[in-house]
Write a protein that binds this ligand. Structure first.
Ligand code: PLP
Length: 428
């Protein structure tokens, strides 16, 4: 029988490049046909053939309270009934700014935008505007959205400026981006010693979620903080993924490190387009209309999106929320690890808050090169074996996974059962 997913995918490719509106959805890395989602509820979604999947992507992070949570849906319906967008300020934006500043104390002032890309791009412009410097440092394997200055990978030599990771990114932009190894404080020291006075900012995912899950070492982040302060560079934590996901106060609350600026997204929109950047008030006061750094957005602070975000932020503050989420995520990774071990498969996993990584390698990787050395072919076989069994992991070996508050013991245990049988198939 022909799958409705196949039919939709064939049609989609006629009018949309690759049939998708964001590349990783296309299954290029794992092969096969992407599932077209018709509806989602709690920890599950259903595809165009009405097959149910346990969802470990959660819209790539936002769905932390589960899909179609009644409180969030009600908030969206109430807001929508009062108009969809005004292009004028609303009380909801004031409440959301106050809430973000309260929950993430390093953020004294904040600006709402509509995507993580806008948040990091604007934070970068602010750092450059505030310091009067052009050069920036990022780390191999960290993803910060698709702004030109950030689509850059390491150059040929140590401490040489980078190469674009996309056609259409001018060399004139990437020549200002230095790409260093994640979790390598010595290399960072060298870079600052060489050119510290020219560096506008360092941007980092304090818990990396775009080269699978890789946690920063405390030393890496504290060295970064010290060097930025010493050389007058701005430290930007990109917590678009880790914010409200690894802990209520983000990764910065776990590591106890105060960045100058933070980028947020995903969870703060509860599934609708809200992102934000914020930090030190003296820096944020340099944003237009008070300061000289320009940034704007027709739909920024959209009332419906803000309502979804505020409802989500309320739900994650229920006492015990993160304890529960972390426990379920740990239950998942421990179960998966034990299942792989029982079949003699080189596999390990890691977790922090509601985020996890699975690696077909003997040890948890600490940087991009180690991550790339894991067994991608085995991951792809595992991915499809799990998909067949109704479990939807990220369709690429180098992506993190996400658990929601609706993934209860029964849901997690069913996933572990499925994994046991998938690993058995892999071991054959
Ligand atoms: N920064 C991080 C850490 C991300 O994970 C992402 C997206 O996955 C972005 C920025 C870009 O966000 P968006 O896709 O909303 O533009």
């Amino acid at each position: 029988m022909t799958s409705n997913n196949d039919i939709l995918f064939a049609r989609a490719q006629l009018t949309t490049p690759g049939g998708v509106n964001s590349p990783v959805r296309a299954f290029r890395s794992v092969g096969g046909t992407p599932r077209f989602v018709t509806r989602a509820h709690g920890p599950y979604f259903w595809d165009a053939d009405d097959k149910r999947y346990t969802d470990y992507i959660g819209s790539w992070g936002p769905a932390i309270v589960g899909h179609a949570h009644p409180v969030v849906v009600q908030a969206v319906q109430d807001a929508a009934a009062n108009g969809l967008s005004f292009g004028a300020p609303t009380e909801g934006e004031v409440l959301m700014a106050e809430e973000i500043c309260r929950l993430v104390p390093s953020i004294e002032q904040v600006r709402l935008v509509s995507s993580g890309t806008e948040a990091t791009m604007s934070a970068l412009r602010l750092a450059r505007g505030a310091t009067g410097r052009d050069k920036i440092i990022k780390f191999e394997g960290c993803y910060h959205g698709h702004a030109d200055s950030l689509l850059v990978k390491a150059g040929s030599g140590l401490l040489t400026f980078g190469n674009p990771t996309s056609a259409g990114v001018p060399q004139d932009f990437v020549k200002h981006t230095l790409v260093l190894d994640y979790n390598n404080p010595e290399q960072l020291e060298d870079a600052f010693r060489d050119m510290g006075d020219e560096i506008a900012c360092v941007i980092v995912e304090p818990v990396a979620g775009n080269m699978n899950l890789i946690k920063a070492t405390p030393e890496f982040l504290s060295t970064m903080r010290r060097l930025c302060t010493q050389y007058g560079a701005i430290l930007i934590f990109d917590e678009v993924m880790s914010g409200f996901r690894v802990a209520l106060g983000g990764a910065q609350s776990i590591y106890g490190i105060v960045p100058d600026l933070t980028a947020l997204g995903k969870v703060i929109g509860g599934g609708l387009p809200v992102a934000a950047f914020g930090g030190r008030a003296d820096l944020m006061q340099q944003m237009s209309p008070v300061g000289a750094v320009y940034q704007a957005g027709t739909l920024s602070g959209n009332p419906v999106a803000v309502a979804a975000g505020m409802a989500t932020l309320k739900l994650i503050q229920v006492p015990g929320f993160y304890e529960g989420l972390s426990a379920q995520t740990l239950r998942l990774v421990q179960g998966l690890t034990a299942a792989a071990e029982s079949h003699g498969i080189a596999f390990c996993a890691d977790a922090i808050g509601g985020m996890f990584g699975m690696y077909f390698s003997a040890q948890v990787p600490v940087n991009f090169a180690e991550m790339m050395a894991s067994d991608k072919t085995r991951f792809n076989t595992f991915f499809h074996a799990m998909l067949d069994r109704g479990v939807y992991f990220a369709p690429a070996a180098f992506e993190a996974g996400f658990v929601s508050a609706q993934h209860d013991d029964a849901v997690i245990d069913a996933t572990i059962d499925a994994a046991r049988s998938a690993f058995e198939e892999l071991a054959l």
